[in-house]
Each structure stands twice: as structure tokens, then as C-alpha cells.
Design a protein around this ligand. Structure first.
Ligand code: ARG
Length: 694
């Protein structure tokens, strides 16, 4: 987003906020019984005005929320681009690394730099409260080092506020003088207006690569947490649409990353498997397949079945009445009705499984029905504790009963039934109390964000969520077709996911044949490559975009073999893997060389690539915190670009005129090996299968 756009957005938000405030003031006057209002004889008119204002208020507030949500997502992106990390100074002096040999392959350089500069800043300015420790990546010019500490500007401002005369350059020099020696830093230079350029030690770089070669890729150590990831979550008997596909792909990738960090991850498929729609489905089932209890009904197209029953429900009063009756019987647990409901769910689940199997997604089915009993308990408790209010026959709950902003939850409908809100209140209760979760992640389209904001507020108000516990709604934008309109088939129907995956397979095969791969690969290899490309490109296209934005689904773009696409990266990886193969150096031989000499880096491009590889733990930790997976994709692309640069400049194997190998640069083959391992791990986190040939 440009600065102008940003300013405009800010202005619009402030304007909307002001309007809301003005209306709120008006409303307060009215509800406080301001005399000038109540004395007015046309009280009726005012009351209706009040209603309209309330409505307008809700609309505006939603607009403000949506604005701040999207700007949040966008400003997050900004943070990622410059990789600014601000660290609050901790109470305890951090323990610093003093010996390179104590460093392992999983070291997060950025975290260590933050510690080093925290120590330097605190000792240079012991009287400053909360001085910011700002470390960023330096960007492309090697002149500016690998990382930068940009704290000097902010600290100079803080000092000025205390009437201390200074300037950023002086502050930077003071910080430099107080910097403890660290084996990870080669040197620090003060530059420009007060930047501290940090150069990472080459010995450390080589040491880390040796560790990765000898021991493999290890997760950086973090405190183990119990994390519940609610994703995919389609609705029984309804279409599993592209929105669910996004949730599935993003949720799976997030889970994989958290699992790698050794967290205790519970992957939950919160199926929409409970609710009033089952009344009409069961009534229709009874008519269409009267012997459903003894003969499993051959429902091949549950969506069509849903549509038929919906049509009857909307047009036939008699049927509607019966459907309502079915709901009551189902909810009271009558065996025949439970059996019918199970049947319908099973048909649906089978359909969903097909998608999960193809995409290699593991999930525990635990839908809304799982919380059925708990809903009653939660409702009772909320009622007893006085959190619920009556509103035209419904029981509602506000997140903030004083402000009453946004939309309240509907906990009990006027007919006594429960809602999506009720089920999510029960769900969060179960996840906190029984699952003992530390983090609660929900991957849904951005349209549901207001719902989760309210659920969080109400759960906090009810004491279900404690301080420090929050709901993390991982939101994503809408999938658009190439015409930038909602993704639909030509005839306007929603696109069936299986059909979409089939088309991906077909297009992937076309692409491979176009490149003549069918002539060099065996049929088995070709099939593996086809699947890797098809599902890989669909996943990568989704994950490589900032998820808060809408994204355009285009097979042509995702199958492009240039640019930041799965096809390009998978090719890059197979090429790297083929280097050692062509040199006929086995992994054992290579590792024996590692034991003998270890890796040494000399050429600029070797060092540059190595330093990119060093950032792997940093990237993973960042994604595990902010849950924006596209930074991992950007990183993957950066690796492959740095690799190309290196490979253009450096021979790994030297051959004579006849093609005979005359010299093997083991160092460089080692660098290839680490590159391939980190790329493979990254692909694994994205849920993308790699192939040795394609
Ligand atoms: N079934 C919902 C839908 O299709 C998504 C459920 C998300 N999870 C939750 N706990 N509400 O939109």
C-alpha cells in the first residue's frame, strides 16, 4: 500500500470513527433522558430515529472494524518486508553465546542479536525505561552488513525528551562501545545517520552449515504449547467450496510448522454437522428412502439431495412442519433420528475425505454436534451468572454490556434453539477447560472475523478466557476467478472441489508433456511429478499470497515455470539434487568429507547463499507467531534466487572437453546439500510433495 493510500485509509477510518462517536453521543442523550429530547411531543418519531441510528452505528462500526482489519493485514506485510523486530527489554540480563562450539544448527541469529544489543543498550543507557531494541535485515547491499540495529534514532528522541543533548550517531557510537563481544558477530560499523551495521561471522556461518550437514535440520527451541487449530470445517450436506479449500491449505501448513516446533497440536475439523437443516434432510430421507434403517441409501450427490429438500421446505408448509418436528426429535436424541442424522453425516464425510486424501491432510473430525450437551451447560451458566439479556424473545449476550458496540451474540433463539454463536461459546469452553489449550487458532474467511471478535469478548467477560489467552482468527480473503468475480463455473454454479483438483491434474500433465518430460521420465515418475505439480501449485498459489487479500485462482499463473511459483521452485530443487547425482558423489561420501574438512566458504555468492540459509529458524519462528505463511514462500524463493546466483558463478564439478570429471568441489556440493535440505523442509511445511525427478 502506498503512503497516500495509507493516509487515505486512516482519514476514512477516523472520519467513520468520528461519525460513530457523534451518533453515540446522540444516543446517550436519548437514553439518559436528556430533557430537550424527552420533552419533545414527537417521542414516537425520535424512537424510530433512535432505531435507525442504532442500525447506522452498527454498519459504521463494522466498516471501521473491516478497515482496521485490512489495514492490520497490510501493515503486517510492511513489517515483514523490512523485517523490523522491536524487542522489549527484559527484566533479566539475557545469557549470551560465548563459544561458537556451543552453537547448534538451529540457532536463531536474530534472537541472539536482539540479546546482544539489549545488553549493549541497557549498559549504555541504564536510566532509560524500555529503550527499544530494533534489529532489521540489512537488505541487498553487502556494504551495509547482514543485519542492522536501528535503535539509535529512537533512543536519541527519548533522550531529547529528557533534555539530554545528543544525536543518533553519538548514540550509535555509545551502543557500539558497550557491545559485548559475541562470536556470532564479525564486526559492527556505525553508518549514515546512526545505523549500526552488523556483519555475521563467517566462522559461525560455516559452523551452522556443518551442524545441519551432520545432524540434519532441527527445530529452534521454544516453550512447548498445546495449540488447537480449527480449520477446513465444511458443512455437512452442503458444498465444500473454495473458501474451505483455502482454510484447509492454510490450516494444514500452520499446523505443520507448529508441529515441527514440537508443539502439541490438535487439528480439528469443526464440521457444521448440527442444526436445523437436518430437520428437512431427515424428513426428505424418510420419504425418499423409507427403508434407510435397513438399507443404506444410495445418495451419490448429497448436494442435490440438500437442494431437493430445501426446495420442498421452502414451498411445502406440511413438509416444513414435519421438518421442524424432526429437529426436535433429533435434538432430544430419538434413536431413529440420530441414525438418520449419522447416515447423512457419513455420506458427507466420505466426500470430504476424498479431498483430504488427495491433498494429504490429516484432521480430527469433531463437528458442532460434539458440543451439543455442553451447549446446554454453558447456556445455563451464562443465564445464572446474569450475562444474558432478553431481546424480542431471544437471549443475547454483549461482549461489553456498557458500550454495547458491534453485534451481540444470540445465545438462545426465540424458539428455544441454539445458534452458531452458542456452539462456538461451548467450543471455546471445551478447548480451554478440557483440552487445556494455550493457543486457540481458527482459520476462516475474513467475513467471520466479527463473529470471533465477539466470541472472544464474551468468553473473556464470562471468565472462560483468562488474561493472556486469546482467540487467533487466521482470516483470509475471497477466491476470485480470472475475471476478478467470485469463483464460479461458466454456468454460475459453485465449483466442485474434486472437479477442480481433477482439472489441476490434467493441466499439470499437459504442462509436463509440453516440456517433453514424458520422454525422459518413466510412467511412475511422470505420475508422481504430475501429482506433485498439480496439488503443489494449488497449495503454493494460495500460501504465497498474503492471506488477508483476495486472490485470483488461475491455473495458467500457478503452472508458470517462471517467477515465484511451485513449478519453478520444484524444478529448482530437482536441479540442485541432480548436481551431486551427475558428479556421482553419494551422500555418504559427502558426509565423510564433512567429517574430514567441514565446509569452508570463500566466494561471495557462496557466503551470500549461506547467510540466507542461516535465516531458516528465524523465518519459521516468525511464521509460528504471526501465522502469515507467505513469508516462508518468499524465503523459499529467495533461497532459489541466491542459489541461481551462486551456481552461475561457481563450478561444483569441473569437466574436461570430453565431459570427463576432472575436479569436484566438495565444499560446494555441501552447500548444495544444505540448500536442498532447507528447501525440502520448507516444501514439507507447505504440504507440498517434492520429487527427485521431473
Ligand atoms: N463451518 C463453518 C463454515 O463453513 C466454519 C467453522 C469455523 N470454526 C468454528 N469454530 N466456528 O463457515
Amino acid at each position: 500500500m502506498s503512503e497516500i493510500e495509507e493516509r487515505k485509509l486512516e482519514e476514512r477510518t477516523t472520519k467513520a470513527e468520528k461519525e460513530v462517536k457523534a451518533i453515540e453521543d446522540e444516543l446517550e442523550k436519548i437514553s439518559n433522558g436528556d430533557l430537550s429530547y424527552t420533552k419533545d411531543p414527537q417521542l414516537e418519531k425520535l424512537l424510530s430515529e433512535n432505531e435507525k441510528l442504532k442500525h447506522r452505528l452498527a454498519v459504521l462500526e463494522n466498516a471501521v472494524k473491516a478497515e482496521s482489519l485490512s489495514s492490520q493485514g497490510k501493515s503486517n506485510m510492511k513489517v515483514q518486508n523490512s523485517d523490523v523486530i522491536v524487542k522489549k527489554v527484559s527484566k533479566k540480563r539475557p545469557t549470551l553465546i560465548t563459544d561458537i562450539n556451543s552453537v547448534e544448527g538451529n540457532i536463531c541469529i536474530l534472537d541472539e542479536l536482539k540479546n546482544v544489543f539489549e545488553v549493549a543498550i541497557v549498559s549504555a543507557y541504564p536510566d532509560l525505561e524500555d529503550p527499544p531494541v530494533v534489529i532489521t535485515l540489512s537488505g541487498n547491499n553487502p556494504k551495509f552488513g547482514d543485519y542492522q540495529c536501528n535503535s539509535a534514532m529512537a533512543i536519541s528522541q527519548l533522550l531529547k525528551a529528557k533534555n539530554v543533548k545528543t544525536n543518533p550517531r553519538e548514540v550509535a557510537n555509545n551502543i557500539l562501545n558497550k557491545s559485548p563481544t559475541s562470536p556470532i558477530i564479525e564486526r559492527i560499523e556505525v553508518a549514515g545517520a546512526g545505523f549500526l551495521n552488523i556483519f555475521i561471522n563467517k566462522k559461525l556461518t560455516e559452523h551452522v552449515l556443518n551442524c545441519i550437514l551432520r545432524f540434519g535440520i532441527k527445530p529452534p527451541p521454544v516453550k512447548r504449547e498445546r495449540i488447537i487449530v480449527d480449520f477446513s470445517s465444511p458443512n455437512v450436506a452442503k458444498e465444500m467450496h473454495v473458501g474451505h479449500l483455502r482454510s484447509t491449505i492454510i490450516g494444514d501448513s500452520i499446523s505443520r510448522i507448529l508441529e515441527f516446533l514440537n508443539h502439541d497440536v490438535l487439528r480439528i475439523n469443526h464440521l457444521g454437522d448440527w442444526g436445523t437443516q437436518f430437520g428437512m434432510l431427515i424428513a426428505h430421507l424418510q420419504d425418499e428412502f423409507p427403508d434407510y434403517k435397513t438399507h443404506s441409501p444410495p445418495i451419490s450427490d448429497l448436494q442435490a439431495f440438500y437442494k431437493e429438500s430445501k426446495k420442498r421446505f421452502d414451498s411445502d408448509e406440511e413438509f416444513k412442519k414435519r421438518a421442524y418436528g424432526c429437529v426436535v426429535k433429533l435434538q432430544s436424541g430419538q434413536p431413529d433420528y440420530i441414525a438418520a442424522w449419522k447416515l447423512i453425516c457419513d455420506v458427507s464425510r466420505l466426500e470430504f475425505r476424498k479431498v483430504y486424501e488427495r491433498l494429504n491432510i490429516k484432521l480430527i473430525d469433531r463437528g458442532e454436534s460434539f458440543y451439543h450437551e455442553l451447549m446446554k451447560v454453558v447456556v445455563k451458566e451464562l443465564k445464572e451468572k446474569g450475562f444474558l439479556e432478553e431481546d424480542e424473545g431471544r437471549l443475547i449476550m454483549w461482549g461489553d454490556p456498557v458500550k454495547r458496540d458491534g453485534i451481540p451474540l444470540t445465545i438462545v433463539k426465540s424458539d428455544g434453539g441454539y445458534t452458531y454463536d452458542t456452539s462456538d461459546m461451548a467450543t471455546i469452553t471445551q478447548r480451554v477447560k478440557e483440552e487445556k489449550g494455550d493457543r486457540f487458532i481458527y482459520v476462516t474467511d475474513a467475513g467471520q472475523n466479527t463473529h470471533f471478535v465477539t466470541i472472544e469478548a464474551c468468553a473473556r467477560r464470562a471468565g472462560i478466557l483468562k488474561d493472556g489467552q486469546k482467540i487467533e482468527n487466521v482470516v483470509f480473503g475471497v477466491v476470485l476467478g480470472e475475471d476478478k468475480k467470485k469463483f464460479k463455473t461458466r454456468s454460475g454454479d459453485t465449483i466442485k472441489l474434486i472437479a477442480l483438483l481433477d482439472e489441476g491434474l490434467k493441466r499439470a500433465l499437459d504442462k509436463l508433456i509440453e516440456k517433453g518430460r514424458d520422454k525422459v521420465l518413466t510412467p511412475e515418475e511422470l505420475k508422481l511429478a504430475q501429482e506433485a505439480v498439480a496439488y503443489g501449485c494449488i497449495k503454493y498459489a494460495d500460501l504465497s499470497h498474503n492471506r488477508v487479500n483476495d486472490y485470483i485462482f488461475s491455473f495458467d499463473k500457478m503452472l508458470d515455470d517462471k517467477g515465484n511459483t511451485a513449478v519453478y521452485l520444484l524444478y529448482a530443487l530437482t536441479r540442485i539434487r541432480s548436481i551431486a547425482r551427475t558428479a556421482q558423489v553419494s551422500l555418504d561420501t559427502l558426509l565423510a568429507e564433512v567429517e574430514k574438512t567441514g565446509i569452508t566458504l570463500s566466494h561471495d555468492t557462496e557466503l551470500k547463499l549461506a547467510k540466507v540459509l542461516l535465516r531458516f529458524p528465524e523465518v519459521i519462528l516468525k511464521v509460528s507467531n504471526d501465522l502469515y505463511v507467505h513469508s516462508l514462500c518468499e524465503y523459499l524463493y529467495e533461497i532459489s534466487s541466491s542459489f541461481t546466483e551462486f551456481y552461475d558463478k561457481c563450478y561444483c564439478v569441473e569437466k574436461d572437453k570430453d565431459g570427463k570429471i576432472v575436479n569436484i568441489f566438495y565444499n560446494r556440493l555441501m552447500l548444495c546439500e544444505v540448500t536442498a535440505r532447507i528447501m525440502e523442509k520448507s516444501f514439507e511445511f507447505l504440504g507440498i510433495k517434492t520429487v527427485s525427478k521431473m
